[in-house]
Design a protein around this ligand. Structure first.
Ligand SMILES: [Ca+2]
Ligand SMILES: [Ca+2]
Length: 102
């Protein structure tokens, strides 16, 4: 095997390794979140997870950029005071980070 072939093979292997590492990292990032509590609080979109998507929905609902359905509203109202506010945002975020339970 010539030096040129060896360098090419090693280079290709390195590229595949970097690609796999990047793929695994991005796959992990997609699943960042925490399984929803039995109450469903915080899991605004109802997919079984409290993740950044839910946090963003609470923020956007608070800023009146989106309108939630009745079910989404009930799950977004983490402090159960009948409105979407900063408290809901903080509770959902802290739940997602494992700091509290809902
Ligand atoms: Ca969710
Ligand atoms: Ca609330």
């Amino acid at each position: 095997m010539s030096t040129k072939v060896v360098v090419t093979v090693v280079g290709a292997a390195a590229l595949v390794t970097v690609g796999v590492l990047l793929w695994r990292h991005s796959a992990k990032a997609v699943h960042a979140g925490r399984p929803a509590p039995a109450s469903g609080l915080g899991d605004v979109n109802g997919d079984g997870w409290v993740d950044q998507t839910d946090i963003d929905m609470i923020k956007e609902a608070y800023l009146t950029e989106i309108t939630l359905t009745d079910d989404e509203f009930a799950r977004a109202d983490c402090n159960q005071n009948g409105k979407i506010d900063v408290g809901d945002y903080l509770l959902a975020k802290r739940y997602m980070l494992g700091e509290i339970d809902l």
